[in-house]
Design a protein around this ligand. Structure first.
Ligand code: PHE
Length: 406
């Protein structure tokens, strides 16, 4: 970043009042872990691709899905939001949620950002793999960059019914009512088939990856670009973990993308979440050890479906600190989390809000955070941790205007 411009993937972007991308993120953009040979995210990607190639074939026995894994993560706000019918006042548009290059470009917050463009090229079945970016909390399963797989499948008229060997005079469109189970233009017969195919496809994928014993459950969800919508959760360490969102694509989206005569489903799943569960990787930062043979050698298999149980090479100690300060107007937790990552880097394992306190006399709010430091490749000394913690405190008061409480 210099002179109000950002250089990214060979292009220059003018910064403006909405720019909030931070320097420590830039070297990671375009690394594409999902395309790196022997990286766990690549093994998972290959398994997902193989599953769709095997289970969706045309009459000539060729796979119907095409795969896109190298689309630039820099997208327009239109691609990320408007093309997906995200309302102008939707929370996901807030600057505290995403990384903006300027008021026109951002780092994609989901691979759904490419749905509309790919449909417009005439495709009716595709998978997109890519790195996505979100400002979020800091813990073992959240990191500002993660990876998603997107899937879209469209059908034209009778294709849907003949595929299921259903004969009779069924239609996919009607001029009906919108309700909990369908959109106004969709017939309930068409939606039933799509919902069944979508859910059984994704559930079978979970069984294929994790074995028949994995516990799964569907929960109703909301996305602006699908209706109805669902999330699939899988049981992980005794807790339900949300791994994907999906639904019947909004007809308005398809019409705007030049495919108003088709009907279809879409899903988006988080690769790290699945890979952590699949390979027993305890912390999301581990995925960035792609230069570390202690990590990568454990995934060096020929067949991507080989079962692998990751063993932590060694576990270095945690250093746990507290930080509390008085808040300023307009303070956002995500601004603080971002700053912590920017100053502390990957040595920060977790940040937790432990106290949210209002002082009635001073009429001021204060927050206390617990920050856990741990280096993944060596033991972090107390002195080193002290320095980082102090730097974070200083940066917080300088950049966020908060007032430290000692
Ligand atoms: N893009 C959504 C997310 O990131 C997931 C999704 C994709 C939901 C496609 C529905 C259809 O949460």
């Amino acid at each position: 970043e210099k002179n109000g411009t950002i250089e990214l993937l060979g292009k220059t972007y003018q910064t403006d009042h909405v720019t909030n991308i931070r320097s420590s993120l830039i070297p990671k953009i375009g690394i594409s872990l999902h395309n790196m040979k022997h990286h766990p995210l690549n093994l998972l990607k290959q398994q997902i691709v193989d599953y769709f190639y095997k289970n969706f074939i045309n009459r000539q026995k060729n796979p119907v899905f095409s795969v896109y894994d190298s689309i630039s993560p820099v997208v327009t706000l239109h691609q990320n939001f408007d093309s997906l019918l995200v309302p102008v006042d939707h929370v996901s548009r807030k600057p505290s949620e995403s990384f903006y290059l300027n008021s026109q470009y951002m780092l994609r917050a989901h691979t759904s950002a490419h749905q509309s463009d790919l449909i417009r090229t005439g495709l009716n079945a595709f998978l997109v793999f890519g790195d996505v970016y979100r400002r979020d909390t800091i813990d073992s399963s959240h990191y500002p960059i993660f990876h998603q797989a997107e899937g879209v499948r469209l059908y034209r008229g009778q294709e849907l019914f003949s595929k299921m060997n259903i004969t009779g005079d069924y239609q996919i469109f009607e001029n009906g009512e919108k309700n909990e189970t369908k959109q106004p233009l969709h017939t309930k017969e068409a939606v039933m088939i799509l919902e069944h195919e979508l859910k059984s496809t994704l559930e079978s994928l979970a069984f294929e990856l994790f074995g028949k014993d994995v516990e799964t459950q569907w929960v109703d969800a909301y996305f602006p670009f699908t209706h109805p919508s669902w999330e699939l959760e899988i049981k992980f360490q005794g807790e339900w973990l949300e791994v994907l969102g999906c639904g019947i694509m909004e007809q308005e989206l398809l019409t705007s993308a030049g495919a108003g005569d088709q009907i279809g489903w879409a899903f988006g799943l988080g690769l790290e979440r699945l890979a952590m569960r699949l390979y027993s990787i305890p912390d999301i930062r581990q995925f960035w050890r792609y230069n570390d043979t202690g990590f990568m050698s454990q995934f060096a298999v020929k067949d991507p479906s080989t079962p692998i149980k990751y063993k932590e090479v060694s576990s270095y100690p945690q250093r746990i600190y507290n930080m509390s300060f008085w808040l300023t107007d307009g303070y956002s937790e995500n601004d603080f989390y971002d700053l912590v990552r920017n100053v502390g880097g990957d040595v920060v394992e977790q940040v937790r809000l432990t106290d949210d306190f209002y002082h009635p006399k001073k009429k001021r709010k204060s927050h206390c955070y617990e920050i856990v430091y741990r280096d993944m490749s060596k033991s972090l000394s107390k002195e080193e941790a002290n320095i980082i913690h102090k730097q974070i405190g200083e940066a917080a008061s300088r950049e966020l205007g908060v007032e430290n409480r000692w």
